[in-house]
Write a protein that binds this ligand. Structure first.
Ligand code: NDP
Length: 324
């Protein structure tokens, strides 16, 4: 009988349990995937804690890579034996075997391993839509990314650099600063020592940046607004420190006709044509060596609770895999 990590009530990492699960044959439109690697993402902690409520009991996880073992009626997007990866669809990636809507699956190029696929899909497609579809980074831009040594962060640093940008990134320690620098971050700022808004003004000669990519939320939001130049865009895409409290929208005018957006990957990938185009662009930068996918932590899938503890305690860098 295959196993999966499931949770029966919201809470700390200890609610994640290793359950036996029955996996029926795939229904119409579904494919059955045997996972070789599963991706760990910060959003998984939001589901577990109830910040993003889900009906319980529930599977967990949105990203994996493996082989298609069966397909349901009417499936044309993939075939049995295909090497595939995905980011999105119903929760349940923390599993050995699962069914998933086939239109969420992307074929992995031969040059990319299952581990690379599971490590890059969610964080890499996020970097794609942040840099290429939300605020389109131009050569010569100076940008600010928070959590620059994290999973999304290391990919954004490298990709933005390859696009010709100067990258400023915030990190929580000197070790993370060195790691971010080695991945294209020109100006790592250790925010525990130095206020990042003042440092961003210094680096940009007082002008500010055209875009801030902020996934920290509550702790950074106001200072992130303070880093923008007139007409700048704040892309708030996560809440690692908690959700941003309601704020006076008039601040956007006072601080220089600013733009604020709160995007999510799953709107960008909702149409299959967009998913495929975004994945093709991601696979191109990865296979060309412009973006290296750094798997810096690996856990047995059944130890997912420990992986959550380490992620939330800021002990991880780059991408993290759970291995079934
Ligand atoms: P990371 O690997 O970046 O891990 C989170 C990092 O955030 C930590 O390592 C830590 O780095 C930093 N951090 C700052 N404050 C806190 C805090 N209070 N608690 C915990 N961590 C904190 O995770 P991911 O790459 O998986 O995701 C990065 C962010 O992007 C998350 O917020 C996630 O929700 C968001 N995201 C949003 C998507 C979207 O479409 N909207 C899609 C994918 C991710 P440091 O020590 O350097 O501060």
């Amino acid at each position: 009988m295959p196993h999966a990590i499931r949770f029966h009530h919201a809470g700390g990492p200890e609610v994640l349990q290793w359950d036996e699960v029955a996996v029926p044959p795939p229904a119409a439109g579904e494919a059955q995937v045997r996972h070789h690697a599963v991706g760990l993402n910060y959003i998984d902690t939001y589901h577990r804690t109830g910040l993003y409520p889900v009906p319980l009991p529930s599977g967990i996880g949105l990203e994996g890579a493996g082989v298609v073992e069966a397909v349901g009626e009417g499936v044309a997007d993939v075939a049995v034996g295909d090497r595939v990866a995905y980011a999105g669809g119903p929760l349940g990636a923390y599993s050995q075997l699962r069914n998933i809507p086939a239109d969420r699956l992307v074929r992995l190029p031969a040059a990319l391993s299952f581990e690379q696929g599971a490590a890059m899909m969610l964080q890499g497609l996020t970097a794609q839509y942040l840099l290429r579809r939300t605020y389109r980074v131009q050569p010569g831009d100076t940008i600010l990314i928070h959590a620059a040594a994290g999973g999304v962060g290391l990919i954004v640093c490298q990709w933005a650099k390859a696009l010709g940008a100067t990258v400023i990134g915030t990190v929580g320690s000197d070790e993370k600063a060195a790691l971010a620098r080695a991945h294209g971050c020109d100006h790592p700022i250790v925010y525990t020592r130095e206020k990042f808004a003042g440092r961003v003004r210094e680096i940009t000669g007082g002008e500010g940046v055209p875009v801030v990519y902020d996934s920290i939320g509550a702790d950074t939001f106001m200072d992130s607004l303070g880093c923008l130049r007139p007409f700048g865009t704040l892309v708030l895409f996560g809440a690692a420190s908690g959700p941003v409290p309601p704020f006076d929208i008039g601040l956007l005018a006072q601080k220089g006709s600013l733009f604020l957006t709160r995007p999510t990957l799953f709107t960008h990938t909702a149409k299959r044509a967009d998913l495929l185009a975004m994945a093709a662009e991601l696979f191109d930068v990865a296979t060309a060596g412009k973006v290296r996918i750094e798997v810096n932590q690996r856990y047995a899938l059944k130890d997912a609770a420990q992986a959550h503890r380490d992620l939330e305690a800021r002990r991880t860098t780059g991408s993290t895999l759970l291995l079934p």
